[in-house]
Design a binder for this molecule. Structure first.
Ligand code: FES
Length: 119
C-alpha cells in the first residue's frame, strides 16, 4: 500500500463557458496536473508525492488552484511553467511565495475540526 508524504490536489473542475465562476479546467488544470506527474518522476518523488485530480477546491477566482497537504499550502494561478519550481520547493520543505494564495483571500473557515491548534 502506497504511503505518500504529500498530496498535491490540482483542480480540474469543469463548468460551462457561460458560468460566471469560471473553472480551472478552462485555465489548464489538466495540463498542470499532467506536468506535475512528469516533474515528480523527474525529480525522483514518484511514490512519495502524489498529484491528484480534484474537483472544485472553492478558490475558483484564483485558478488553476493547487493545494499541498499536509502543509495546507494553497497556490493560485498555477501554470505548467510553475510546476518545476513548486516541486523543487516542496523537496526543500519550502513554498513558492509568489504563487501562494494569501490566507485572507481563501474561502473556508480558519480553525481545526477537533478544536485544536491550526497549522
Ligand atoms: S473551479 Fe477550480 S477552485 Fe473552483
Amino acid at each position: 500500500m502506497a504511503r505518500f508524504h504529500h498530496h498535491l490536489f490540482v483542480c480540474e473542475n469543469v463548468r460551462p463557458p457561460e458560468s460566471p465562476r469560471g473553472c480551472c479546467a478552462a485555465k489548464g488544470g489538466g495540463d498542470v496536473r499532467a506536468r506535475f506527474k512528469e516533474e515528480l518522476e523527474r525529480q525522483g518523488l514518484k511514490g512519495l508525492v502524489r498529484a491528484n485530480s480534484a474537483g472544485c477546491l472553492d478558490q475558483c477566482a484564483h485558478g488553476v488552484t493547487v493545494v499541498v497537504y499536509p502543509e495546507q499550502t494553497w497556490y493560485g494561478g498555477v501554470t505548467v511553467a510553475d510546476v518545476p519550481e513548486i516541486v523543487a520547493a516542496l523537496r526543500e520543505g519550502k513554498a513558492v511565495e509568489r504563487l501562494r494564495i494569501p490566507d485572507a483571500k481563501l474561502t473556508g473557515k480558519a480553525g481545526a475540526v477537533d478544536g485544536g491548534a491550526t497549522r
